[in-house]
Design a protein. Structure first.
Length: 587
């Protein structure tokens, strides 16, 4: 059965989130009769039309209260009663009415995923390869905040992904602006100033209030500061004095779209994205980090948040999104990570032994593909387990988990952290070659990544779990690859509604996921490279897209085979050339 395309007109409604495509419309209720109870309170919606000005006038004529101007998607946010909703549905200028969905930041702890105690000793954060196997000893120093005042720990992830090699050669993200749309970013020397003490925070915008930052610390949650510090942290830690951020000299723009509890709305996030697009050239924004997700309830092109994100990609901004923390089940990639154009990132963990790559593993919380449209996601993975970053102890997440605090630093796990690592890597790549387009950045990231291999030379994890493998900053920044990602996709035509696209993933009669066009590729065995990154290509959705058992939005898919997460593996050296693989594991 073919997956149905969603061709909705202005008269269309869909009953609820329990219906097959449950994001888009809420049903209208009848106008109350005289003597009946008062109409229910107004509800938040996003009203889209031919242009935002006409839609604004339509909402006002219907009596609705406009809350957000969302020109980026030709829409407004509005609070509407059922009667007002019915009037707007009949208006010629209105093409879509969406529920204003709630979203939240991607923190693995919130999703119920177990996060192992880092168990670092008093020298927390230093490269410590001692035996941590005795889990019966609870006398660890996980709550060392009183002993660590003034001590800057060493974050392992710049070395793990090869960023330290670039730092040594002067590639530190200098001149590249990274925007972070999150819970805000606290005022801190490591975030406000680069490694040479220069002010690098260019702007802070509050998308919840719709105004520029008023000068106060604006991150009461802690998530946004943690993510930003992974990307641009300029402090040096550990005995070697290495940088704690991936791109310590990159410039920072912070957009707050999530509250103290890490929760936000589509309308606030879209307003923040519109502000970034409006100020792209003012601040030279080249990279955008999105460390949040929501469950997909429509095709990628019909989601209003996705439409706004796609507009930034079309404008030349490299968008890096977290895959989500709903793994390890299949088809769990969240919005906006399900957009085919973006760089979508999953998580690996170093087993709390960063010097021993043999026990690294794919994080069980990391969401897996494919997407409903058949695209392979995530595109690659990055460190995301027990990641050290800056977070004030009084902010929400650290205050709820003081055992993970270490001075001004805090341990957090999730694909949020993995996306931040890759956003930092992208800043390094763009300093090395400012001419790169977003698609070519994605191409070089994928072509240089190191897939996880087992001892027999086969994939340790499916491409639907690890994508092209573990990010390699040095390999990506020195790569010459181009035009190997997003071939066959046109974001402008996609946004205009002229064409929409499907990927090459499918499922056979036995429930095995595979890539169409790569003979022999199944979930349970290795893969072939017959035409570069064939799986990142797209084709016209109108050509048809088959799933063996169909797909309903309310249903889920289970992998045909289970996987053990305790098995260790090595990250291979990756692709020596675009079309070949080095099957010899690292030593």
């Amino acid at each position: 059965m073919a997956v149905p395309t969603m061709k909705l007109n202005k008269k269309s409604t869909i009953r609820s989130a329990a219906a097959m495509i449950g994001l888009v419309f809420l049903a209208c209720t009848a106008m109350p009769k005289a003597g009946t109870a008062p109409e229910a309170p107004a509800t938040a919606f996003i009203v889209q039309g031919t242009d935002s000005e006409t839609v604004t006038e339509a909402v006002r004529l219907a009596g609705g209260a406009i809350t957000h101007e969302l020109r980026i998607i030709r829409a407004v946010g509005a609070r509407l009663t059922a009667t007002q909703l019915a009037a707007l549905e009949a208006h010629d200028a209105v093409t879509r009415i969406y529920e204003d969905r709630k979203i939240e930041t991607d923190d693995a702890g919130k999703s119920g995923s177990a996060v192992s105690n880092p168990r670092y000793s008093h020298g927390a954060g230093y490269s410590d390869d001692s035996d941590d196997s005795d889990d019966s000893d609870d006398s660890d120093d996980s709550d060392d905040s009183d002993d660590s005042d003034g001590f800057v720990p060493y974050t392992e992830y710049p070395r793990l992904v090869g960023a330290e090699q670039l730092h040594a050669s002067g590639i530190t993200g200098d001149g590249i602006t990274v925007a972070v749309l999150d819970t805000g970013a606290r005022k801190h020397q490591s975030l406000d100033n680069d490694s040479r003490g220069r002010n690098r925070r260019l702007a802070t915008y509050d998308a919840i209030l719709g105004q520029m930052d008023q000068g106060d610390d604006d991150d009461s949650n802690g998530h946004g500061s943690h993510v930003a510090s992974i990307i641009v942290g300029s402090q040096r830690g550990g005995p070697s004095g290495s940088y704690n951020g991936i791109a310590p000299d990159a410039r920072l723009v912070s957009v707050k779209a999530f509250d103290r509890n890490g929760q936000g709305s589509y309308s606030d996030a879209i307003r923040g994205l519109e502000w970034l697009l409006d100020h792209q050239h003012t601040h030279g924004i080249r990279v955008l980090n999105l460390s949040f997700s929501a469950e997909p309830r429509s095709h990628y092109w019909d989601d209003p948040l996705n439409q706004a994100v796609m507009a930034l990609w079309e404008a030349g901004i490299v968008v890096v999104a977290s895959a989500g923390n709903k793994g390890p089940e299949a088809m769990t990639i969240g919005v906006p990570g399900n957009i085919p154009y973006l760089v979508t990132v999953g998580s690996m963990s170093d087993g709390v032994t960063p010097g021993q790559p043999g026990d690294d593993f794919l994080a069980s919380f990391s969401s897996a593909g494919p997407t409903v449209e058949g695209f392979v996601k995530p595109d690659l993975v990055a460190p995301g387990g027990h990641i050290l970053g800056i977070a004030d102890s009084t902010s929400q997440i650290p205050s709820e988990h003081p055992e993970w605090q270490y001075g001004e630093y805090f341990y957090m796990s999730g694909t949020s952290q993995s996306a931040a690592v890759v956003s930092g890597v992208v800043a390094l790549m763009l300093q090395a070659d400012p001419s790169l387009s977003p698609a070519d950045v994605k191409c070089r990231l994928m072509s240089s990544a190191r897939p996880a291999m087992d001892d027999s030379g086969a994939l340790a994890y499916s491409i639907f779990q690890q994508g092209s493998g573990l990010v390699d900053a040095y390999g990506a920044a020195t790569s010459r690859a181009r035009r190997c990602a997003n071939r066959g996709l046109d974001v402008g035509r996609d946004l205009a509604g002229i064409e929409h696209y499907g990927g090459r993933a499918n499922v056979d009669a036995d429930g095995n996921y595979y890539i169409m066009g790569l003979d022999g590729y199944l979930w349970t065995n290795g893969y072939l490279w017959s035409d570069g990154y064939l799986w990142s290509d797209g084709y016209l959705w109108s050509d048809g897209y088959l799933w063996s058992d169909g797909y309903l939005w309310s249903d889920g898919y289970l992998w045909s085979d289970g996987y053990l997460w305790s098995d260790g593996y090595l990250w291979s050296d990756g692709l020596t050339e675009l079309m070949s693989i080095n099957w010899v594991p690292h030593e």
